[in-house]
Design a protein around this ligand. Structure first.
Ligand code: GLC
Length: 730
């Protein structure tokens, strides 16, 4: 429906040369589009010569809640956007009023941390292709994802939307996601550029950090998004960086993103992130979305009053602003439109297909992490005549909450649903809530007693707890894993610790399943639990994936994309940072020591390490060889499934600089490959590492430097489960 409206614009004056562009099929991958760049640039030149100043300015700010201004006279459509990173958000209409009765349910994919926990690049692409296809169906030109801010503190409310603590894994999973979206003819949007690593006062916080941390940790995901993923749009973050709003930062937007990285697409502000006309016009923000105007209080706001609205026309006319600054913004918006074939007939996209649901299931299958297993799992279905399931998260649906990443899920299989689907009539499944989800939520003795009574005599018992996004789908109810809020601690809410201890005392074989976007303080019961499973928010098929893993129909293969500290005080963002977590001045004095880079360099034992994840089988590593020829180091290793069930292993390659002139982390992830092996089967893997893999960013010379000397290559099943290592000299 929306597309037919968009084609209405074709009635505008489109000179013949554009028609061959309009007749293109779905947008070709970026490299092909680049080959056509001269034609796109010529088409842009032509439109630029026809646009009036008023029309240009109309294009560089919002025309509704999720659209930028179009120019009907010339057949230039509005750019239509939608959240979010793990599913196409429901319709908001043009002014933040949910449209009722429209077909706007979506495939609810597993969240970002779950996708990263698969360590499967192909699934990154598949994830993006589902998102792009459904965005296309819904008439969206831009899907506002991936979220790729580094997971720095366990408390950040939006960690669940992001991917990882490691810059290399961040880049590798981001690239596939972006290509998947954009091969569907929809623009992806890498967000939030940069250093939006907490939600506390996110529109006012100023982040300071050294150039080594910026270039080695926080930028690589965005650099890969631009240079390898070919991302068409980037979203500027709310926060300030070194004193300037990211949306007004010439250093970040013009200097790093557009000049250093060569980004030629459009920079969109986060909603209400633009605060000043002259700063925004002079900096490389191309489109102002949202407004700090009281959106609803004024009814549909006068979008001309935006900072980059009508006032810019006045400023150009009185010579204060050079029209060339406006032209640059408009050109990037037009380039984005051509890249997604917005002027032509587009592929229709698809709506909640079985194939999309299958992909959501596969991602969930490969995301769930087996953290601990003292031989308890997998459960034996034929021996399980009675199963006790405990915990409010076993029946809770999460899709619709969390903030802008909310999804009206086409359906959502909860853990209890999944277990009942799998076990059918053969097993009597009982359920006890165990705890109540409420802001007042403390432990409830009656609920605990009822849950204990159930697990006591059951053949098997499964607890499902962890975090939630909030109490309802409303913004003012956001909590824990949600936008615009951070966690207050790593402690489980609602008295869950007390409940878990009681359950384990009653039935030591109770399996502990945790949902959420990141680490939890498990000290009170971790030693007593025989099996612990991290399930993230595993999407619409998550319950089925979890059931298959717990009962052994599927061998878990997820690996942690972030470190699980024993306690919050061990986290470098809290231990090394000189500024408090809730402070408007955020000085990242933890620097490059983020995540395992800190834990391994400072020799602090985590609860569970970056890259950790157990399997129902085992893997042997042998025959590591390291050769160096010209600028390439080739690492080879043989991996064997030494157990008796098929399984997948993520072989991880870390690099250590043994004799650096300046401090470097104890190890850095520089390659990985996920392989699937039948029992007894082996596979030889080869990784080629170029100079970048061994270089550091020299903040004195402002460039990447490879310092000759000895390096150690460490190959293993996690950052702390190294199976083979060897040295070589560069
Ligand atoms: C939000 C988020 C951003 C989202 C945008 C539109 O405040 O920060 O991620 O895409 O606004 O909803």
């Amino acid at each position: 429906m929306i597309h037919s409206l968009k084609n209405y614009f074709l009635l505008g004056m489109l000179a013949l040369p554009f028609l061959f562009l309009a007749c293109e099929g779905p947008t070709a991958p970026v490299e092909e589009a680049t080959e056509k760049a001269p034609d796109i640039e010529a088409a842009i030149d032509s439109l630029m010569s026809q646009l009036t100043l008023e029309e240009k300015v109309h294009m560089i700010h919002a025309s509704s809640a999720f659209t930028s201004g179009g120019v009907e006279r010339l057949g230039i459509p509005e750019l239509i956007m939608s959240d979010g990173p793990h599913g196409v958000r429901h319709e908001h209409g043009r002014d933040w009023v949910k449209d009722e009765g429209v077909r706007d349910s979506s495939t609810y994919l597993p969240v970002g941390t779950a996708l990263a926990a698969t360590w499967n690049r192909d699934l990154g692409y598949a994830f993006g292709s589902v998102l792009g296809s459904e965005a296309n169906y819904r008439g969206k030109d831009i899907i506002l994802g991936p979220g790729l801010n580094i997971i720095r503190s366990p408390l950040n409310g939006r960690n669940f939307e992001y991917l990882t603590e490691d810059p290399y894994l961040n880049a590798e999973m981001t690239v596939g996601y972006i290509k998947g979206v954009q091969d569907q003819g929809v623009a992806a949007c890498a967000k939030h550029f940069v250093a939006n690593n907490l939600e506390y006062e996110r529109e006012q916080v100023n982040v300071e950090m050294g150039d080594r941390a910026l270039y080695e940790i926080y930028l690589p995901g965005f650099k890969a998004a631009v240079q390898e993923g070919g991302v068409y749009t980037v979203m500027a973050a709310y926060n300030k960086f070194r004193g300037d709003y990211c949306a007004h930062s010439e250093y970040l937007l013009d200097g790093i993103l557009k000049t250093e990285f060569g980004f030629d697409g459009a920079v969109i502000s986060d909603w209400n992130a633009v605060k000043n006309t002259m700063e925004a016009v002079n900096a490389g923000i191309d489109l102002e979305m949202g407004s700090d105007l009281p959106m609803l209080a004024m009814g549909p706001p006068d979008y001309g009053k935006f900072h980059m609205g009508d006032t810019v026309v006045t400023l150009v006319n009185n010579g204060t602003v050079d029209v060339a600054l406006v032209d640059k913004k408009v050109r990037r918006l037009l380039r984005t439109m051509y890249r997604i074939n917005a002027f032509g007939e587009r592929e229709p996209g698809a709506y909640n297909t079985p194939e999309h649901q299958r992909i959501a299931r596969q991602i969930a299958d490969e995301a769930i992490v087996l953290l601990k297993n003292d031989g308890m799992l997998p459960l034996e279905q034929s021996a399980t005549k009675t199963l006790a399931v405990v915990g409010a998260n076993a029946t809770r649906k999460h899709a619709g909450a969390g903030g802008s990443s909310q999804v009206k899920a086409f359906y959502e299989v909860t853990p209890l649903d999944g277990l009942q689907n799998l076990l059918g009539e053969g097993t009597a499944v009982s359920y006890a809530e165990g705890y109540t989800v409420s802001r007042e939520g403390g432990s409830d003795a009656d609920l605990i007693a009822a849950a204990v009574a159930q697990v006591k005599d059951a053949d098997a018992a499964i607890y499902v707890g962890g975090w939630i996004h909030g109490f309802t789908d409303e913004w003012n109810d956001n909590a824990y894993d949600a936008e615009a809020t951070d966690k207050e601690s790593m402690e489980l809410p609602f008295g869950q610790d007390e409940l878990i201890e009681a359950l384990l005392a009653a039935n030591p074989n109770t399996v502990i399943v945790l949902m959420g976007g990141g680490p939890i303080d498990m000290r009170k019961w971790q030693g007593k639990a025989k099996s612990i499973v991290q399930a993230w928010y595993p999407g619409m098929e998550g319950g089925n994936a979890l059931a298959d893993i717990l009962f052994g129909n599927l061998n878990p293969s997820g690996k942690l994309p972030m470190t699980f500290p024993v306690k919050l005080e061990d986290s470098p963002a809290h231990k090394l940072a000189v500024t408090g977590f809730e402070s408007l001045e955020q000085n990242y004095t933890d620097g490059i020591f983020v995540g395992y880079r800190y834990f391994d360099s400072y020799e602090v034992a985590p609860a569970f390490a970056f890259g950790h994840g157990l399997s129902y089988t085992s893997f042997g590593y042998d025959n590591l060889t390291i050769t160096k020829e010209d600028g390439t180091v080739t690492v080879s290793v043989d991996v064997t499934n030494t157990g008796d069930v098929k399984g997948a292993e993520v072989v991880q390659v870390y690099v250590k600089d043994d004799e650096a002139n300046l401090e470097r982390p104890a190890k850095e992830l520089k390659a990985f490959q996920k392989i699937k092996l039948e029992p007894g089967a082996s596979q030889s893997l080869t990784f080629e590492l170029d100079e970048d893999a061994f270089s550091y960013y020299d903040d004195k010379q402002n460039k990447w430097v490879l310092e000759p000397g000895t390096f150690t290559i460490l190959v293993g099943s996690s950052s702390r489960d190294i199976r083979q290592e060897g040295q070589f000299t560069w």
